[in-house]
Write a protein that binds this ligand. Structure first.
Ligand SMILES: [Zn+2]
Length: 339
């Protein structure tokens, strides 16, 4: 498109254009639910710069944003060097979730965390491969699901297409491009694939539909009157702590607590709070709190509220880009030197 519009000026650069929309691919074998489907949601962006140098700056800025996003999701990821060498100085990285259902083969170094696509690492049959980052020899093969990709394209497309800008002396010059994509629906499917079990979903905190699911007593049970007082109190307090939109109240009181709890666990709500028989205890009411991965706690009301407050606090930190468990640092470091 930039090739057909009247030439833009260097003053308008850098230019970064993105879109989020459905893509269609005629997959012969659709597999793994949303992971490999004929229709998927994709974010893609194209960047246009005046020089290789500024294009590399753009590449660093966008890559840093991608790194931050994948850290925010708290799903272990690897960033692999995918440079193809088809054009001088080109740079390309892929972001992968490690999963047996992945379709790419990656080699990961046990010592420093470096990971590379097996094609890029120049693997010769029969000969030992060493890690390009630390020269270690303990590389193991893992399967990866590609969830994002970044390319520095240079003038590979702008030159043949005649996509130019007017430089400082008013002469047309080829735009230097970059291209960046995130498979949005694939990130969701692959994150769930990596984190969940056969019995229960497990969501990244920032993607979970709700933070808290509150389950009250069954209609007609003997604990109902006393437990309902606490249930109503919690509806207010929990809503204030995490926001009403993050609280799911399962008020299907005609169903047993057990039935509703089973469904809540399958859906993978991060915090499930049951206000049942023990909540009706005079003097020391207790709540049952179910965390994902089968962990169950018996807490009094203040302890439960503290847990919810901590959870919300953690989410807020993630959104601000503060990472309490900075597990991805070594991976970013190991590829940083290639930029
Ligand atoms: Zn290494």
């Amino acid at each position: 498109m930039l090739a057909t519009t009247s030439p833009i000026s260097y003053r308008q650069l850098p230019l970064r254009l993105y879109q989020i929309g459905p893509k269609f691919r005629d997959e012969l074998k659709t597999r793994f639910g949303l992971m490999r489907a004929k229709e998927f949601l994709m974010k893609d962006m194209y960047s246009f710069d005046v020089s290789e140098e500024t294009a590399r700056e753009t590449y660093s800025i966008v890559s840093a944003a991608y790194d931050r996003l994948f850290k925010q999701l708290e799903v272990p990821f690897v960033k692999v060097n995918a440079a193809t060498g088809m054009m001088g100085g080109s740079v390309s990285h892929e972001y992968h979730y490690i999963s047996p259902v992945g379709e790419d083969t990656l080699l990961q170094c046990s010592s420093c965390g470096f990971a590379g696509n097996s094609e890029v690492l120049d693997v010769k049959p029969g000969s030992p491969v060493s890690c390009p980052s630390c020269k270690g020899s303990d590389l193991k093969e893992v399967r990866g699901v590609e969830v994002a990709h970044t390319f520095l394209l240079g003038d590979k497309y702008s030159k043949p297409l005649g996509a130019t800008f007017l430089n400082t002396s008013g002469k047309p010059q080829s735009l230097v491009m970059g291209c960046y994509g995130i498979g949005i629906s694939r990130v969701i499917a692959a994150a769930l694939e990596v984190l969940s079990s056969e019995q229960e979903l497990h969501w990244p905190r920032l993607l979970a539909p709700y933070d808290v699911c509150l389950i009250g007593p069954k209609q007609g049970s003997k604990e109902q009157p006393a437990a309902e007082v606490i249930e109503n109190e919690l509806l207010l307090q929990v809503g204030e702590l995490c926001g009403q939109q993050e609280l799911l109240h399962d008020d299907r009181k005609e169903l047993t607590i057990g039935k509703r709890l089973l469904e809540a666990k399958r859906l993978g709500h991060p915090l499930i709070i049951v206000v049942g028989a023990k909540a009706a205890h005079q003097g020391s009411p207790k709540l049952e709190v179910h965390l994902s991965k089968g962990e169950k706690l018996e807490l009094d009301i203040n302890e439960a509220l503290k847990l919810i407050a901590d959870y919300s606090q953690h989410k807020e930190s993630l959104l601000k880009g503060i990472f309490p468990q900075d597990t991805q640092e070594r991976i970013s470091d190991s590829v940083g030197h290639q930029l």
